[in-house]
Design a protein around this ligand. Structure first.
Ligand SMILES: Cc1ncc(COP(=O)(O)O)c(C=O)c1O
Length: 377
């Protein structure tokens, strides 16, 4: 066996381990299924509405990093427009939300400082923190007493990170109380608004704006791949933070800039956010919750956001249910441990303004039939 083949064999062994643990990932096509999975909350990505911008006059590629040839008046004016929209001084656009978090968290703290993050914080923030030399501690999910305990013993600069809406559980962080605790303990607060952007606030500006916490929150991350229907993300905060990040955030510096048409599309998407179909979405969330709570023998997430979940509590059974629903025409994915804690494996459902009540009824009927026949013995 060649060295390459040997190496492949060792990789294959690891894949077999994942297969027998029921955690192997495969790539699938979403074609012609009812979408209960994507993050395209208002259907912006599917509609042609964001393509109706004058993209002919801008280069099709980024041509270089933002620090070299990839910058433009268009990029900077878009950043300012988005920062203004979220009521912040400045913003810096990264190529993805993952890169925004990795860039921000890897460079914002030094040796001796302490990151304190919710235990359910997104992988991109974990990876960013891991790249820094600061200490890392976690507090129990949404648990203010535990957060305060961790704040009391933390050393150096203290940086607390939360998601305003959690991507797996769909629940909301108690942002006002967390902001007060951070103030009391002189800690910075950073809020990832990936799943709140577009959905909350009168204009879809997010939960930090909804609660008027712009002065208490040091920085927020708004991703563009979800309700905005595009790609990329912005870190909003002070001018100083922006200047610091464009000097220090390696995932900003060492990569080709986004293609310029995205800035035109972002301007269009942000102009649509104030009138996006939040009412329709909220009505479907209420309908989903009211319907599922009338069904016995089904356990579901206590979530008031578009992210809902049917708790199954076992990798294999969760996969079985997801496969069945997929075959029946619903695009849903199983969320397995270790992505979520053991025992909390689930079907994750993402509701959109373009879904309808009949789709929800059909989906829940199929789910409960399957659960009663094959999962509850
Ligand atoms: C809370 C949160 N932060 C960051 C990201 C990463 O964003 P992107 O998909 O733009 O890389 C995601 C996406 O899954 C997310 O859910």
């Amino acid at each position: 066996m060649t060295a390459n083949e040997n190496f492949d064999t060792s990789l294959q062994q690891k894949l077999e381990e994942k297969k027998s643990a029921g955690t192997i990932r495969t790539l699938i096509h979403a074609t012609d299924k009812i979408d209960f999975s994507s993050n395209d909350y208002f259907g912006f990505a599917q509609s042609s509405i964001l393509n109706q911008t004058e993209t002919n006059n801008v280069p099709s590629g980024g041509t270089g990093s933002r620090s070299i040839t990839g910058n433009s008046e268009l990029a900077e004016s878009t950043e300012q427009l988005i920062a203004n929209f979220h009521n912040r001084e400045a913003g810096l656009i990264f190529n993805t939300g993952y890169m925004a978090n990795v860039g921000l968290f890897s460079c914002i703290a030094s040796k001796g400082d302490t990151f304190i993050s919710d235990e359910y914080i997104h992988a991109s923030i974990i990876d960013g923190m891991r790249l820094s030399y600061a200490n890392r501690v976690r507090f129990k999910h949404n648990d203010l007493a535990d957060l305060e305990k961790k704040l009391q013993v933390a050393t150096g600069k203290k940086i607390v990170s939360v998601e305003s809406i959690y991507s797996m559980d769909g629940d909301e962080a108690p942002l006002k109380a967390i902001a007060m605790l951070c103030k009391k303990h002189e800690a910075l607060l950073i809020v990832d608004e990936a799943h709140a952007t577009g959905i909350y606030g009168d204009r879809g500006d997010g939960l930090v704006c909804k609660y008027g916490l712009e002065r208490e929150v040091y920085a927020s991350i708004h991703t563009f791949g979800k309700a905005i229907g595009l790609h990329g993300a912005v870190v909003v905060g002070s001018n100083t933070l922006r200047n610091y990040l464009l000097n220090q955030a390696r995932s900003f510096i060492f990569t080709t800039a986004l293609p310029p048409h995205i800035y035109l599309q972002l301007q269009k998407a942000y102009s649509l956010l104030p009138t996006a179909d939040r009412n329709e979405l909220n009505e479907l969330i209420s309908y989903f919750r009211a319907t599922i709570s009338r069904i016995s023998n089904i356990s579901f997430l206590d979530s008031y956001s578009p992210i809902q979940g049917i708790m199954v509590g076992d990798n294999f059974k969760t996969k079985m249910l997801a496969n069945h629903l997929f075959d029946k025409g619903f695009f849903v994915r199983p969320i397995l441990s270790p992505t979520v804690p053991i025992g909390k494996e689930r079907i994750r459902i993402c509701l959109h303004s373009f879904n309808n009540k009949k789709q929800i009824d059909d989906f829940l009927n199929e789910t409960i039939l399957f659960i009663r026949s094959y999962i509850i013995q």
